[in-house]
Design a protein around this ligand. Structure first.
Ligand SMILES: Nc1nc2c(ncn2[C@@H]2O[C@H](COP(=O)(O)OP(=O)(O)OP(=O)(O)O)[C@@H](O)[C@H]2O)c(=O)[nH]1
Ligand SMILES: [Mg+2]
Length: 190
């Protein structure tokens, strides 16, 4: 098993952050998203979620959580051969905020080292702030470390010409922080 790394990207922002993290290190990628999201549909080996009622887009964390619980065994199996798990997610949305704590719990229960790289919403995202805070609190017990980028406190002070450019810079910043953490913290010996 060694020091093999799996990046688990959840939701749209999770995917964007994961792409940047992968530019800094050699790691496998597992995408988890609502079945209706094209970014998951077109990628072989990704996990597509639907609720017990068959919904393939999620309107709340409760929906995505229920969908993730349906595929716990599949997720656990996909984590199995890796020692380190890096979770990437933009907290505040309906998908990643419900799914990430489930994946963190499963990884932790299997004895993995879990590192999460997350964003917190901009103030204008209003309702998403409490969703993000709740998900962050749920993640904490299962993660060895969480790298948090607060869009409101940090992105809003950064220099950029467009939102796309800002989000790309944020993903790159998170990726650099993740790779620095990995250099400082060897995986647990098993
Ligand atoms: N770094 C980064 N943050 C983003 C990006 N897009 C959105 N965000 C932030 O991440 C939060 C979650 O957005 P998404 O990733 O789209 O949410 P989701 O988990 O896919 O959930 P739903 O889209 O609601 O189903 C947003 O509220 C923003 O604060 C991105 O491309 N990069
Ligand atoms: Mg999304």
């Amino acid at each position: 098993m060694g020091d093999s790394i799996l990046i688990v990207a959840m939701g749209g922002a999770g995917r964007a952050i994961a792409d940047s993290v992968r530019s800094y290190m050699c790691a496998d990628l597992l995408l988890i998203n609502a079945q209706a999201r094209a970014e998951t549909n077109n990628i072989e080996g990704s996990v597509s979620l639907t609720t017990p009622a068959g919904d393939s887009t999620f309107y709340s964390v409760r929906h995505s959580r229920a969908a993730a619980l349906l595929v716990e065994d599949e997720i656990t199996a996909r984590l199995e051969k890796f020692q380190r798990i890096i979770l990437t997610v933009g907290l505040g949305g309906a998908t990643g905020s419900g799914v990430a704590p489930v994946v963190a719990r499963l990884a932790s229960a299997s004895g993995k080292d879990v590192l999460a790289a997350v964003t917190l919403p901009f103030a204008v995202e209003r309702d998403r702030i409490s969703i993000a805070d709740g998900a962050l609190a749920e993640l904490r017990p299962f993660c060895k470390e969480i790298v948090v980028h607060d869009h409101e406190k940090v992105t809003s002070l950064m220099a950029f010409n467009s939102l796309d450019e800002a989000l790309q810079k944020v993903a790159d910043r998170l990726a650099q922080q993740v790779s620095a953490r990995l250099l400082c913290a060897p995986a647990n010996a098993h």
